[in-house]
Ligand binder design. Structure first.
Ligand code: ADP
Ligand code: ADP
Ligand code: ZN
Length: 219
């Protein structure tokens, strides 16, 4: 099962990715999580990526495409994967297609989580994340059991620097200019499946699960 998650910042991609990864036993690959881990460890990749992320801009393709290919080349991705936050540009999508073609593979489905702009700011400013395991919470809609602590791994949860209002606005602009064209790109090859991301987390996951059942390898 090879899946791509698409949607504006704050649509719920990370939240659904965690549920899908667990429910369907496929690795969750989030380029944003990879960057944040590198930033917290102050690696050269992290230092470079931070310059762009803090401004709400995309990290350059040269960097992003290589780390994604490396990650997809690992053994755990052989029978499937779930990409969250990649591709974000048509060029990245073309590179992904070429990479998979070389391995005689293809994407099964692209899940677009649709959320109108008026939902985004509230979701992003209330978001709290765990840098250790990538889990995402919301102070109002999806709070952790113990305030400030990740349910999954017990680490501290924090507000991302790029979830402040001015950066969020820039990221929405970047999404509309650079990432939205991917909707057409995947619709043309009949891979797009659109979900109503304004529903509750549980309802969205129910819709996702029904759709993904068709791609599950019967054991
Ligand atoms: P993305 O990865 O698309 O940026 P997240 O999964 O991190 O989005 O979700 C953004 C914020 O919205 C988080 O605080 C999350 O807890 C919350 N959230 C996610 N899905 C929903 C939903 N269906 N309803 C309400 N809040 C949600
Ligand atoms: P969100 O889930 O809120 O949309 P992500 O965690 O996916 O945000 O990404 C955070 C930031 O990391 C992005 O704003 C961007 O700067 C950078 N980033 C993540 N994935 C990519 C990508 N595929 N191409 C370029 N930059 C990326
Ligand atoms: Zn955690």
């Amino acid at each position: 099962m090879k899946i791509v998650l698409l949607g504006p910042p704050g649509a719920g991609k990370g939240t659904q990715a965690k549920l899908i990864s667990k429910g369907f036993s496929i690795p969750h690959i989030s380029t944003g999580d990879i960057f944040r881990k590198n930033i917290s460890e102050e690696t050269p990749l992290g230092v470079e990526a931070k310059k762009f992320i803090d401004k709400g801009l995309l990290v350059p393709d040269e960097v992003t495409i290589d780390i994604t290919k490396d990650r997809l080349s690992r053994d755990d991705c052989k029978s499937g994967f779930l990409l969250d936050g990649f591709p974000r540009t048509v060029f990245q999508a073309e590179c992904l297609d070429d990479f998979l073609k070389n391995r005689e593979e293809d994407i099964d489905s692209v899940l677009l989580i649709g959320v109108p702009p008026e939902f985004i700011l509230e979701r992003m400013t209330g978001r709290r994340v765990c840098l250790n395991c990538g889990s995402s919470y919301h102070i109002g809609f999806n709070p952790p059991k113990v305030a400030g602590i990740c349910d999954v791994c017990g680490s501290e949860i924090i507000q991302r620097d790029d979830d402040k209002e001015t950066t969020v606005k820039e990221r929405i602009d970047v999404y509309e200019k650079s990432t939205q064209p991917l909707i057409d790109y995947y619709d043309k090859v009949d891979k797009l499946f659109t979900l109503d991301g304004t529903k509750s987390i549980e309802e969205v996951f129910e819709d996702v699960s029904k759709h993904l059942a068709q791609f599950q390898v019967k054991k």
